[in-house]
Write a protein that binds this ligand. Structure first.
Ligand SMILES: C[S@@+](CC[C@H](N)C(=O)[O-])C[C@H]1O[C@@H](n2cnc3c(N)ncnc32)[C@H](O)[C@@H]1O
Length: 182
């Protein structure tokens, strides 16, 4: 956890241990590990604007809204959101969803009275492996049968807004308890 706090306070990503790569026109970009990461290691922070659920709803309802980067979570009995829509060059916003075999888990840590979202390794992560976590919810369109890449024939997507319902799957961590998966 100390490593996460250190990177958060400096506003830095864990480079060169992570790198961004283009995957495909279906999935877009992703984040990959350039080293072996151990179970429980801090991987990356999901950075963006901290906004209320009401503000998130307003942003979702804007014409041409991009909802790809809105991460909803609960904190202190309320609903909040981190909006990472703005491409600030950080890696957290580029981590893709995997609900079958994710290698990271999102955890909420409060620093200076402000919630931060961090990904920690759920297991050993190989060099060159894509960093993933379970976005939560149940209606991510790319998880549905018939949505995906057609090998050799380009790519297809469902039309409309892509949004995982139910909010992000995140667990609040206090005093370092519970790091290392689980
Ligand atoms: C937070 S962004 C992740 C970074 C994104 N791949 C990019 O290039 O900007 C979330 C978006 O990535 C895409 N995505 C995430 N996980 C995916 C997956 N398993 N399969 C296909 N697309 C995925 C979807 O378009 C989703 O709305």
């Amino acid at each position: 956890m100390n490593e996460a706090i250190d990177f958060a306070s400096k506003g830095l990503d864990k480079t060169p241990q992570l790198e961004e790569k283009w995957i495909s026109s279906f999935k877009g970009r992703g984040v990959f590990s350039t080293v072996i990461l151990q179970l429980g290691d801090f991987v990356v922070e999901y950075r963006g604007d901290l906004i209320t659920a009401k503000e998130a709803e307003n942003r979702r309802n804007c014409p041409n809204a991009c909802v790809d980067f809105l991460f909803d979570f609960r904190w202190r009995g309320g609903k909040w959101c981190i909006d990472a829509t703005q491409d600030d060059g950080t890696f957290g916003r580029l981590v893709n969803d995997d609900h079958y075999n994710p290698n990271c888990k999102m955890k909420l840590i409060v620093l200076k009275d402000k919630p931060h979202l961090f990904l920690f390794a759920l297991r050993e992560i190989n060099q060159g492996e894509e960093i993933t976590y379970d976005y939560g919810g149940s209606d991510c369109p790319w998880r549905k049968e018939g949505v995906g890449e057609i090998f050799g024939y380009g790519v297809f997507r469902v039309l409309g807004v892509w949004e995982c319902g139910g909010g992000g799957r995140v667990e609040e961590v206090m005093g370092g308890v519970g790091l290392g998966g689980g």
